[in-house]
Design a binder for this molecule. Sequence first.
Ligand code: C5P
Length: 311
Amino acid sequence: MTPGSTPRMVHTRAPGKINVFLKVGSLQDDGYHDLATAFQSVSLYEDVRAYPADDFSVSVTGTVSLDRVPTDDSNIAIKAAKLLAATTGYTGGVRLEIDKHVPVAGGMGGGSADAAATLLACDTLWGTDLPREKLLELAAQLGADVPFALTGGTAIGTGRGDQLSPALARGQFQWVLVLADFGLSTPVVYHALDEHRERNGRDILPVSSAPNVDMSVLHALRAGDPQMLADTLHNDLQAPALQLEHGLTTVLELGEENGALAGIVSGSGPTVAFLAADLDSALELQIALSAAQLNVVRVTGPVHGARVIAE
Ligand code: C5P
């Protein structure tokens, strides 16, 4: 783009994520839980194209089921664009086109990736050029996982999951994802966890108000060793997700029977992520799970966070 000119269209892309470790602490007064997580962004992307317009609108296409995606002001991408406009004093609007590949309500941060890609697209289209820190602040206002969709890579998240610090990760991990044809609501899964803890309070360890990511996870990531990482995969939201959707247990068993090092429910589910030892075992696992009529996608991680593809 030549200096001072307005681009006709900005195309951005942001990745989905897997939580390779997720410990949920206690419920706070603001309705969020304190948590400690290790995120890894993976090669399944949301594409956003932003065009100049007088008002705000969004249209959605994609390879995943789009039934639950609103196209009114409740769409998180519209919220992101409006938040950026309000913050910067920008008086125009934007027409957004989203091409979705991350499952909707799938526990992989698809909506968060839409928000991150939209913030970046509008900031570029409008020439508002916010500093990185400010973009991350807006991202955190939009949702707990939005800052990570901006930064990508591998990171530790604390607080609501929005306080990020980078984690060293060597090499590429091979993941095989099983996408469900239904979604799970994140608040519903958190609520099921709270209820379980209330019911069984006397029998389980006290819930930590400031949970930590286990050192073994950081070691495994730094070593780039899939077997080590498989041994440390953990998600406190897995039990409530399995309790809400019993069929996911069969999916987890099937993956582990077919050569996965380990399987885990991603975030609040229902996507199940299997870690494979290498590309060959990932391909074999992909074939076996596809033969069982499951909707399977093979990805690698970590990958870049939100970035501008074309302007
Ligand atoms: O921030 P986001 O919109 O992704 O969060 C959706 C919901 O998930 C929250 O309203 C809350 O119920 C739950 N949540 C939580 N603790 C977190 C993150 C999300 O309880 N750290």
